[in-house]
Design a protein around this ligand. Structure first.
Ligand SMILES: [Mn+2]
Length: 348
C-alpha cells in the first residue's frame, strides 16, 4: 500500500497484530457501523471513536457514525470536536437497527453509562476500564485494564493496521491520552508513554493549544463560584456539591480542579442533572476511587465505577424528595470514606 505507514511501535511480545485481525473479522464485511462512546463523552472516548472511524474508512467501510448519549459539556471537549472536525450524531437521532455492526469504545455494555438497550447485540468492545466479560461473551473484546487510555490501544491498532494518522487524528489521540492519564500522572503503562511520544511528533500543536484554552461561557464561572463556596473538607477528604448543573461535565471538571488543593487526598464532587445525582471521585495516591464509586452507587440504587484514581457514578432521585436523597447521598459518601466522625471544615 503506497499510503500506508511503517509501524514504529511494535514489540515481538505484542499481541496487537493478532487482536487487530480478530477485531477486523468481527466487523468486516460491513457497510455501516455505529461507533458508540459513553454518555457525556470525554476526550479519550472521542479520540478513540475518531481513530476507529478512520480505521474503518481505511478498510473500505462506507459509512461509520460516531454517537453518544447526552452531550458534550466541557468547553475543551467542544473545542476538540470543532477544531478536529470530529463528526458525531446524537444517539437519540440514530436508529441502531440501521447499522450492521456496533462497536463500543472506552465503555462496557451494561455499566449504566451507555445509551444502548440491553438486548441490542454489539460486535466489539475496546476499553481500558476494569470490567470482566463473561467467558461465553459473544462479541470481540480487547480490554486492557493497565492502560491509561483507550486512545493508546487505538493508536496501536492504527499502527498495526498501517493506517495513516493525520495531524488532526494524532492531536485527538494525544489529547485523549494526556487527559485520561492526567499528563502521565496516574495509571500509566509503557505503551501510553510510547504512543504519547510518537503522537507528539505528528500532531498539530497549535490546534491542541486552541483546544486546551477555549473561550468559556459565564456559566463556568458561576459553577466555579458555587463549587468554591460549598467546598468542605473532612481531614484529607474534600467534598463539594454544585446543586443543579446544566451539564454533568462540570462535576468532573470541578473534581479535577479542587483535587489539586494541597491538603486534599480525596476529592468528591456532586451535582444534580436530570433527576439524578452525578458524582466524580478523584484520589491522589489511594487506588480505590472506582471501588468507592461503585459502593456508593450500589448502596443508592445507581451505577458507578471507574479507574483506581478517577471514577464516577450516578444515582436516581425523586424530584419531590431531592433534599432527602441528597442528605442520604452525603451520608453514604461519609460512610464509604469512613469520615462519619470527622468534623467538617469549610474551605472559605
Ligand atoms: Mn478512557
Amino acid at each position: 500500500m503506497s499510503d500506508s505507514i511503517e509501524n514504529p511501535i511494535s514489540l515481538s511480545s505484542d499481541d496487537f497484530d493478532e487482536k487487530l485481525s480478530s477485531f477486523r473479522s468481527s466487523i468486516l464485511p460491513a457497510s455501516s457501523v455505529l461507533i458508540l462512546t459513553h454518555d457525556y463523552p470525554d476526550p479519550d472516548c472521542l479520540a478513540s471513536a475518531f481513530g476507529i472511524s478512520t480505521l474503518l474508512t481505511f478498510w473500505g467501510i462506507k459509512s461509520s457514525v460516531i454517537s453518544f448519549g447526552g452531550f458534550v459539556g466541557r468547553a475543551e471537549n467542544r473545542a476538540m470536536i470543532r477544531f478536529l472536525n470530529i463528526r458525531t450524531v446524537p444517539f437519540v437521532l440514530t436508529e441502531v437497527n440501521d447499522f450492521e455492526r456496533i462497536i463500543l469504545v472506552d465503555s462496557f455494555p451494561g455499566k449504566g453509562n451507555v445509551s444502548l438497550a440491553k438486548e441490542t447485540p454489539i460486535h466489539a468492545v475496546i476499553d481500558h476500564h476494569p470490567n470482566d466479560p463473561s467467558p461465553d461473551c459473544p462479541f470481540f473484546y480487547d480490554i486492557r485494564k493497565n492502560y491509561g487510555a483507550t486512545s493508546t490501544i487505538i493508536t496501536r491498532y492504527l499502527l498495526s493496521a498501517h493506517c495513516p494518522i493525520s495531524p488532526k487524528l494524532a492531536t485527538a489521540l494525544f489529547y485523549g491520552i494526556k487527559t485520561d492519564t492526567g499528563e502521565m500522572r496516574r495509571e500509566v503503562s509503557t505503551d501510553d508513554l510510547r504512543c504519547y511520544k510518537y503522537l507528539f511528533d505528528i500532531m498539530d500543536h497549535h490546534l491542541l493549544s486552541r483546544i486546551e484554552n477555549p473561550d468559556r461561557d459565564i456559566e463556568f464561572f458561576r459553577v466555579l463560584h458555587k463549587a468554591t463556596e460549598s467546598a468542605v473538607s473532612f481531614d484529607t477528604v474534600g467534598y463539594t456539591h454544585l446543586g443543579t448543573v446544566s451539564t454533568p461535565d462540570y462535576i468532573a471538571e470541578m473534581a479535577d480542579l479542587f483535587h489539586s488543593l494541597e491538603q486534599i487526598e480525596w476529592m468528591i464532587c456532586s451535582g444534580i442533572f436530570k433527576n439524578q445525582i452525578f458524582y466524580s471521585i478523584r484520589s491522589k495516591n489511594l487506588d480505590l476511587a472506582g471501588v468507592n464509586a461503585e459502593r456508593i452507587a450500589t448502596l443508592l440504587g445507581g451505577s458507578g465505577g471507574g479507574h483506581a484514581r478517577v471514577a464516577a457514578g450516578r444515582v436516581p432521585i425523586d424530584p419531590n424528595t431531592s433534599n432527602k436523597i441528597l442528605e442520604k447521598f452525603e451520608s453514604t459518601v461519609k460512610t464509604v470514606f469512613g469520615i462519619t466522625n470527622i468534623n467538617e471544615e469549610k474551605l472559605l
